[in-house]
Design a binder for this molecule. Sequence first.
Ligand code: PLP
Length: 396
Amino acid sequence: MKINENFFNLSENYLFSTVGAKVSAYQKAHPEKKVIKLSIGDVTCPLAPSVIAAMHRAVDDLARAETFKGYGPDRYCYGYDVLIDSIKGSYARKGVALSSDEIFISDGAKSDLGNLLDLFSADNTALIPDPVYPVYVDTNVMAGRKVVFANANEGNMFLPMPDEKVQSDIIYICSPNNPTGAAYDRVQLKAWVDHAIRHGAIILYDAAYEYFITDPALPRSIFEIEGARECAIEICSYSKTAGFTGVRCGYTVVPNTLKRGGALLNRLWARRQSTKFNGASYIAQMGAAAVFTEEGEREIAVNIDRYRGNAKRISECLEGLGIWFTGGKNSPYLWMKCPRGMKSWEFFDHLLERANVVGTPGSGFGKNGEGFFRLTAFGTPENTREACQRLGEILK
Ligand code: PLP
């Protein structure tokens, strides 16, 4: 019996465990200090009232024989019509027309990002931005696929552009990006779409943070870009949009015009999902269907505005200190350059010890993250304000 030895090629990621261990040790040694975490990557606001009401109604449906639901409908890989229609409506408001069979409901973006790789040969090469959400690299390493990197750095504002000399088959784009908060505009994204079409590559477009975009020059879906239906798959999530990190619901759009190797990827994905997945829960789907209603959108906007307010406060603080950073405007993440040439972990220790503020060392997201640091807007406004004040005191 042989196991998948590709697992031995995964690099251990001690980022969040080391952050946690260092913070606990500091708190133990200094119980009188109030430590503020600007490192929170999870949402903190509760679910919107209309989502809660819809989930309560769904539970009641399950309690009565007449309205009970078992497995979801076969027709759209277990997605309920009401949810698929609401997602279609939300795309239509972005000027994108989708048909119902192009929308696949899932239990979140992370699973789909990993599972989509079932469609591609292990001989393909994946092009992954550095730094980025570590799941892209690890899922490809597990499959034994070759990974090459698109270098993001200060010079390109952490938005790498295509390099015609680099051949790749699967291209990852995360916009707005985790951890850098940088987001591509339409012209930049069009260059990626044209590049993918020229090279016969597929773009896996992670739009988990699209709801944070306010700038009308920035697309919220890759399908706003001409040609994307011939080269892209878009992975979306209710996690950061509507606080579903614990509920679990997302969706992936696979256009029925997307062909590679003589196969329609939409059909392959439908086959993969109906074989290895049994749908997101009815309760989660009904809650999600309430998100893109008029009332739901109004309610989630209140939560997102709170995070945006925090991001703006941190942006103003960094601007005031003359610190270079990306993000914060169309993203809950701010990606700052460590002051005085400090390395990421050095700055982490400095901030923890001197200001009792916690952030995330950029080096944990890829080699190009060294010397950078991620701050997030998911804390409370009070703590964010206080953390900014402390940053101002130690970094001025
Ligand atoms: N994609 C990115 C870029 C993320 O940062 C995250 C979570 O932090 C996810 C996907 C995971 O989303 P989900 O909760 O829907 O699995």
